[in-house]
Design a protein around this ligand. Sequence first.
Ligand SMILES: NC(=O)c1ccc[n+]([C@@H]2O[C@H](COP(=O)([O-])OP(=O)(O)OC[C@H]3O[C@@H](n4cnc5c(N)ncnc54)[C@H](OP(=O)(O)O)[C@@H]3O)[C@@H](O)[C@H]2O)c1
Length: 425
Amino acid sequence: MKKRYKILGGLVATLVLAIVASLAYLGHDAPCASAPPPAADTPTMRAITFRCYGGPEVLRVETVARPALPDDGVLVRVHAAAANPLDWHYLRGTPYLVRIDAGIGAPKLPSLGVDFACTVAAVGKDVTRFKPGEAVFGGRTGAYGEYVVVRESRAIAMKPGNVSFEQAASVPIAGVTALQALRDKGHLQPGQKVLINGASGGVGTFAVQIAKALGAHVTGVCSARNAELVRSLGADEVIDYAREDFTRRAGEYDLIVDMVSSRPLRATVGALKPGGTLVIVGSLDTGHFLGPLKRDLAALLLAPFVSQKLEPILASLDAEDLASLADLMRSGKLTPAASPRKKTKSASTGQRHKQRHAAPLSTVAPVSGNSPDKKIAAQKTVAVAAAAGADEAGSHPHQHRARRDCGRGGADSGVAERPPGRRGD
Ligand SMILES: NC(=O)c1ccc[n+]([C@@H]2O[C@H](COP(=O)([O-])OP(=O)(O)OC[C@H]3O[C@@H](n4cnc5c(N)ncnc54)[C@H](OP(=O)(O)O)[C@@H]3O)[C@@H](O)[C@H]2O)c1
């Protein structure tokens, strides 16, 4: 008996050691490598890159190989790119589980950014849906570079004429997440009551408008300073989270879409009607090990004991949903609440020369917010804008050039090889 306990104790200790060692391995940060020079004869571009994990200080502007154009690919010259919490997770390499995909110790791919809007520069020979010169928006890793290549069947759609490039660039990740949360996970029906927790954020501002377009009664939860914005997006009711705890409204909602997980899980579920649905989109938890995944795990454990459905979501960018969002924008039912280019401190002194030679990118934060994630994203946006050369007054020195370049059509074709697969493709 004693021997059996000893063996069991040994096994448990080994398991604990193995977990600790794996986490330490997963969490270690390699030093920042320098960029390898692009091969001779390779067309190049400038891009905002990161070659080690860290904060905005690890971002750089580098000359890198321009992505090659495959036969079914669309080459776009990026005009506007958005900052999302996702970019922050990849930049930081947190939660550490992200590194299994992104690279252990240092990022496998130095490219950053996903959401973009621009005009098509060139298309591969098999492409039928897009032509050079057309305005598009979509998602592809590397959107903080001058060019991205997206396969025709992936996350790219025509930009509606009634929204700006900056507005369109704020749509892909946040808009698709909101749509999939309400429609696919929440199965929202006309007349139902939905609560959007984090209504003033990137995802929330789209969720409020899409829920209204689907005919729901919408309650948005946000700070007092953003209450007017959320009301203007169509919310029937707005709760200031500093003054009221929405979970006190027991059994009130058919659906809760939760971007912040700011209230205990049990209490949040208590605000749902029996049989209602909680869609877990995100969390304020920025912990390194599990971070926002803690909420998903808690939901997995609680689900068997409640009548409500608990649905974590991992949104996936696709052309069909981008096209649906474009239709909503065209009809006027969806207006991206994107703030214009960030005012940055980047113009100070030594940055001025860089500005004149910087990548023609403008960065745009979906909306202003004050969650830790948003602060982080905003901080990053500032750094990205700084690296790209946005000026102090918020206007971009390359704005006009960027627009002209965007419409330059097929002049940028002539690239032959396909880059290796990346996230966001
Ligand atoms: N699962 C997925 O596939 C997926 C996809 C996209 C995003 N996400 C996640 O979803 C989350 C939200 O993303 P986002 O782009 O919308 O971020 P965001 O723009 O930073 O928005 C977060 C919003 O939360 C609000 N907020 C902060 N504290 C709050 C509280 N105590 N109660 C209610 N609201 C509060 C803020 O509102 P105020 O400014 O008014 O304070 C802010 O506008 C992030 O964690 C992100 O990682 C997940």
